[in-house]
Design a protein around this ligand. Structure first.
Ligand code: ADP
Length: 742
């Protein structure tokens, strides 16, 4: 099957290459097909050199009534610690942009090193999180193809399918126009180089090549509950490094822990009266958010009505400007997952509240314009200030705010370096599960696109200048218009200069980084690395431009990873656990480990012995899997997901290396498992994994109890399960470690 896929992919690549090398003379209009057309079909590319994009600067104005004005499409959000990275020569330039220097001016001397991308048809294992093994002959083919491609690049612009771009369309059109690339607003019969999706990886199906601006699973991973779980796992391993995320509880499952802990805090010190913010799991734009001061104020509903939400410690001393609370929207490009490449936009947005801030009290808890910085809420306040200036009004550039802080004597280099650390650590927390999604959607050997994604980080500055992560948006709004009330209750979309400056830069430079014809400098050799724990000084980098980038401004995206690999690579422990998990998944398309595959993992890594028998292994599997399936009721399939596997792994590590602290326990067990998997006998064992299928997707009816025919030892399991399960059934995920004993 995989050979077949590889052959098909190579054929497609060759045909595409041939088609592109031939001079194209057909008109564009004939190429623009309804989006439903099969994207995998290949025909010679008849594109001409003319640019199809229309001038988006004449933004059309839409009149809307209040209340109907917000699009909910696809959660488009429309809206530390750590070592100090002295990295700020480039950010200093952002600040100076507001004292007369234009950040985007060509020839700006403190610029980023452009890291080119893998060529369009390069193996995904090199570029982006796919794990296909590359056959040597394929490398040669690719090298030939790259040469051919570079020649072709001189003659034709990069093609971008914008049919699914949704609200990012205007900014995308402007970016494509600036790059002199070619837009296909209705899609295209032949493959495009880049597909721009407004919502998710799956906006277009059947893409077999090129690059898509979304990763599979990103929406799911960044939902509030999943995100909290992923960060919490990291907090268990690295508590000091992950103290930038407020303490959170997942509702309804952790209601008891939440109320008990708060009651104890209050009993210990009667003067303490903390505030909490409750956020519905699937919410965005501040929808459904409220503040509480006591667990009894939670609006919980019973049974299946129970609302999934995160309740979080409320940061009650935020940094204020003009007496107003504000938050930072930072754009982050995950350019590739394998190897991990992260870029941060040097310019971002700040969104201001519209009512002067006061610390939370029973009286002001419901004042959303005081406590919530969401643009989509505050735009409806009478105090909202639309401004053409980047440094005033209710939405400003990040650089203008940093400039103001610098003028007050704030060490903004330290602030910026803390923000970079927060971003890298957060991405490291979510990558393990993203890799599971990735291999399920684009299994090794299956033709598919490579992925990249722009994320929107929402960051709050505390009064003591420590950045706090609020959330990460998988679909940050890329609108360059904003709503304005032109008559009472009548809203129009009008161009927003601040949004345009920031967002067009981010999209255009993302495209430049993803340019399939761009020379790819060696990450390993070209970039100096700092040792772990060492302070990093960021040298001024020289901008690398491809000849046809001409007068484009220097990149507004700055590489932070692998730039700072050495400082952060020690945090990538869960990714190694995920690699084990993926290895034992066994069947393409699966995201969950079946009981037999779990046993195979234990056996291959030699983790069972007379004190920890295979019957105990089965109990462990059942116990953890049952509790996690209760904790994630909307999961698509039965079996053990990554988070449950991580819990099992922590438990196994604890048993094996009792005297060590958790992080050392996990590191030691990983080393042990990896050594076992490298040993020759493990190869034989692993073969059996392909037979030990995990439960297929959608097969939720299948139970994991003794009647499950996939369990090899039903009798001892039944016995043990009936005794041991009762002991553990009330325990919640993550509380098992010390409790399962044999
Ligand atoms: P949404 O996705 O609905 O926008 P957020 O998590 O971004 O949800 O929260 C909405 C707003 O609430 C934020 O922009 C911020 O102003 C405020 N907020 C969120 N979490 C906290 C917190 N822990 N402490 C203080 N303010 C918060």
């Amino acid at each position: 099957m995989s050979d077949h896929y590889v052959k098909v992919k190579v054929q497609l690549e060759q045909m595409k290459s041939l088609g592109e090398d031939a001079e194209k003379e057909h008109v564009d209009a004939e190429e623009q097909v309804p989006v439903s057309s099969l994207r995998a079909s290949v025909s010679p590319d008849p594109s001409s050199i003319t640019i199809a994009s229309r001038d988006a600067s004449n933004t059309s104005i839409t009149c809307k009534q209040r209340g109907k004005s917000r699009s909910k499409l696809g959660k488009d959000d429309n809206s530390s610690s750590g070592k100090h990275i002295s990295d700020l020569s480039s950010h200093g330039s952002v600040v100076s942009a507001h004292v007369g220097k234009n950040l985007n001016r060509p020839g700006h001397d403190s610029t980023l090193h452009i890291k080119g991308t893998g060529e369009i048809l390069q193996s995904k294992s090199e570029t982006n999180g796919n794990y296909a093994t590359i056959h040597p002959s394929k490398n040669i083919q690719e090298a030939r193809h790259e040469d051919g491609f570079k020649l072709a690049r001189k003659r034709r612009p990069v093609t971008v399918d914008t049919a699914k771009a949704k609200t990012s369309l205007e900014a995308l059109k402007l970016s494509i126009k600036q790059l002199k690339w070619k837009e296909f607003p209705l899609g295209r019969r032949a493959a495009c180089d880049i597909y721009w999706h407004g919502v998710s990886f799956h906006d277009n199906e059947n893409i077999v090549s090129g690059q898509v601006n979304k990763f599979p699973g990103m929406i799911e991973m960044l939902r509030k509950i999943n995100m909290s779980r992923a960060v919490r796992t990291m907090q268990e391993l690295f508590p000091e490094e992950y103290d930038f995320y407020p303490r959170s509880w997942i509702l309804p499952e952790e209601y008891q822990q939440f109320s008990t802990q708060i009651r104890m805090v209050k009993e210990n010190d009667a003067t303490v009266n903390p505030t909490f913010i409750v956020k519905p799991d699937g919410g965005s734009q501040g929808d459904g958010i409220y503040l509480i001061r006591d667990p009894s104020d939670l609006k919980l509903m019973a049974g299946s009505q129970a609302k999934q939400a995160v309740v979080q410690e409320y940061i009650h001393k935020p940094l204020l400007i003009d007496k107003l609370k504000f938050d930072i929207r930072l754009y982050v490009l995950v350019k590739s997952m394998e190897p991990l490449e992260i870029y941060i936009a040097k310019e971002g947005l700040t969104r201001f509240c519209t009512e002067p801030y006061q610390e939370p009290s029973q009286k002001n808890l419901s004042h959303v314009f005081m406590h919530l910085t969401n643009y989509s809420l505050n735009v409806h306040s009478g105090n909202f200030v639309h401004s053409d200036s980047h440094s005033t009004g209710s939405k400003r550039t990040l650089s203008s705010v940093l400039y103001r802080l610098a003028a007050k004597g704030v060490d903004i280099k330290k602030v910026w370096s803390d923000i970079i650390a927060l971003v890298i650590k957060t991405v490291i927390a979510v990558v393990p599960e993203l890799k599971v999604y990735y291999q399920a959607d684009i299994p090794p050997g299956k033709p598919g696109p490579t992925c990249f994604q722009i994320l929107g980080f929402d960051i709050l500055m505390m009064k003591n200048l420590k950045p706090v992560l609020l959330e990460v948006n998988s679909n940050p709004s890329m609108r360059i218009e904003h709503e304005q009330e032109v008559a009472p209750g009548v809203f129009e979309y009008v161009p927003s200069p601040v949004d345009k400056e920031v967002k067009v830069g981010v999209i255009r430079d993302t495209l430049r980084l993803m340019d399939p014809g761009h020379k790819k400098p060696s990450i390993q050799s070209s970039q100096p690395r700092a040792e772990h724990g060492e302070e990093i000084r960021m040298e001024a980098e020289t901008q690398e431009r491809s000849p046809d980038e001409g007068a484009l401004p220097s990149l507004c995206l700055k590489q932070v990873y692998p730039k700072y690999t050495k400082q952060f690579s020690h945090l990538r422990l869960v990714e190694r656990i995920a690699a084990l998990f993926i290895r034992f998944l066994g069947v393409k398309g699966n995201m969950r480990l079946g009981p037999t595959a779990f046993r195979t993992f234990i056996r291959t890594c030699k983790l069972s012995n007379s004190n920890f028998t295979m019957a105990s292994v089965d109990i462990l599997y059942i116990d953890i899997t049952r509790r996690w399936s209760g904790a994630t009721p909307d999961s698509r399939e039965a079996g053990m997901g990554l988070q449950a596997f991580v819990e099992a792994f922590f438990y196994l590590a604890g048993r094996r290396f009792k005297s060590l602290a958790l992080r050392e326990q996990v590191t030691s067990l990983l080393a042990l498992c990896e050594a076992q998997l490298d040993s020759p006998t493990a190869v034989e064992d692993r073969r059996s994994v392909s037979c030990s299928r995990a439960l297929p997707r959608g097969n939720r009816a299948q139970t994991l109890g003794p009647s499950n025919p996939q369990l090899n030892s039903p009798a001892p399991l039944r016995r043990a399960a009936s005794q041991d399960y009762r002991l553990h059934q009330r325990l919640k995920p993550r509380t098992l470690r010390a409790n399962v004993e044999n």
